[in-house]
Design a protein. Structure first.
Length: 437
């Protein structure tokens, strides 16, 4: 665990934000990702100017670069390659919008060397190109003119014909009504960016890209693992009009917020193919183990960025509503208001509760580290939230500079161990209800 915090009993340093964006449209057509039905079809001319959007938050000596990139996923190798190109004191949080109309990000995954129909294999040239372009965008933000950042979290509940703008796509899924806007910096909503189907062959940002173009803010996606967008007239443009039309309620505000950052590793089990993976791909177990073992990420972490009592919880994959509910409960115990962000810093696949994993299906086939992975993610998030809570409690109030601590492990019983014994408490409220309390 790494924790960086700015604390002080007297003067609070100003929290600054610096912004930048840059095009990440490659100089030649590349295979599109997101829909294997496209095969190896490369993108066609026209479409959107896909971008990397950056907000650098700076308070004292703590600098956090929050980056939203219009691509399908963030492979761990991409995060590492971008970090290598930045100053050592910059904490990078790299997020994907999960558009299904961008070049296949598996080309940037150095572990993706197996040929699978409809999925691009690793190309070092493009890993280097994307890492360089994203790093240049971050470096541009580091020297951009700063503005004071005031915490201002607002949440609305957009609808279309009486229904939320997201809907469950799995048996255990639940919608989430909350559309969040954070301090003129970012937006957050939980719906798969699949308004555009596999017949779209141009570069498109889907609803997150359109939202960024209309607001100028970084688009972040939440717990989208079991949530699809509600179809509305007008495609991404019509969808965004409805997102922005609902009146918003101010949840938190502070002109002088304190920023804190915590990272915790996830205790991932060895990569293991699920039964649904073997069935959907029609491969025997030995070959399935070989394939999953070759491309699944062996390491990942949860990152928590807090602004006073608001906690952005970044997870490395596609969490479901059940996972969001469990994390919201842990955040409440830490007296923090949670905003879960998916597709951040890495991609370990779909992040499901054990019960949801047992349901199998498409999402189950792309859950690569076993039945308890979701609970292990929740446990890592819980440890990071606890570090933030300890920092806010004033136990380090004598310090006014960032501190780094190495985790010695949690003294509490691991959540997946509790679940195995059958005594885990299951969340009974929707994530939106937990947020509004």
């Amino acid at each position: 665990m790494v924790l960086a915090a700015l604390l002080g009993a007297a003067t609070i340093p100003t929290l600054w934000v610096r912004r930048n964006e840059a095009s990440i449209v490659p100089p030649e057509p590349l295979p599109l990702g997101g829909y294997t039905a496209r095969g190896d079809h490369v993108f066609e001319p026209g479409g959107d100017d896909l971008k990397a959007r950056v907000a650098v938050l700076e308070q004292g000596s703590l600098r956090v670069a929050l980056v939203s990139v219009e691509m399908l996923t963030i492979p761990g190798s991409l995060s590492r390659a971008v970090r290598e190109r930045l100053p050592e004191d910059v904490e990078l949080v790299l997020c994907a919008t999960h558009t299904h109309c961008a070049p296949d990000s598996q080309m940037l995954n150095e572990r993706m060397t197996a040929a699978i129909p409809g999925i691009a294999t690793f190309k070092r040239r493009w890993l280097e190109w994307y890492a360089q372009e994203i790093a240049l965008a971050v470096r541009g933000a580091l020297v951009a003119k700063p503005s004071p950042f005031a915490l201002d979290l607002r949440i609305s509940e957009p609808t279309h014909e009486g229904a939320w703008l997201n809907r469950p796509r799995r048996k255990l899924g639940r919608p989430d009504s909350a559309f969040s806007t954070l301090g003129g910096m970012a937006t957050l909503y939980s719906a798969h960016p699949t308004l555009l189907g596999d017949d779209e062959r141009r570069l498109r940002g889907d609803w997150p890209g359109e939202l960024a173009r209309q607001t100028g803010l970084l688009p972040l996606v939440g717990a989208i693992g079991d949530r699809s967008p509600t179809p509305v007239p007008g495609g991404p443009e019509g969808y965004v009009r409805r997102l922005l039309a609902a009146p918003a309620k101010r949840i938190a505000a502070n002109p002088e917020p304190i920023m804190r950052l915590a990272r915790e590793p996830i205790a991932l089990a060895p990569a293991t193919p699920s039964q649904s993976f073997m069935e959907s791909n029609k491969v025997p177990e030995p070959l399935a183990k070989l394939l999953v073992g070759r491309f699944a990420e062996p390491e990942a972490e949860v990152t928590v960025l807090s602004l006073d009592g608001v906690a952005l919880i970044f997870v490395p994959g596609e969490p479901t509503s059940g996972i969001a509910t469990l994390v919201a409960s842990r955040a409440a115990q830490a007296s923090l208001f949670p905003l879960m962000v998916g597709l951040a810093t890495n991609w370990i696949g779909y992040i499901l509760t054990p019960e949801d994993y047992d349901e199998g299906g498409y999402e189950g086939s792309l859950a690569f580290h076993g039945r308890e992975t979701g609970l292990r993610v929740v446990e890592a998030a819980s440890r990071a939230l606890d570090r933030i809570r300890a920092s806010r409690s004033g136990s380090e109030a004598a310090s006014r500079t960032p501190r780094a601590h190495r985790s010695t492990g949690s003294s509490s019983r691991p959540l997946w161990s509790v679940a195995r014994s059958g005594s885990a408490v299951r969340g009974s409220v929707r994530p939106s209800e937990a947020l509004w309390r």
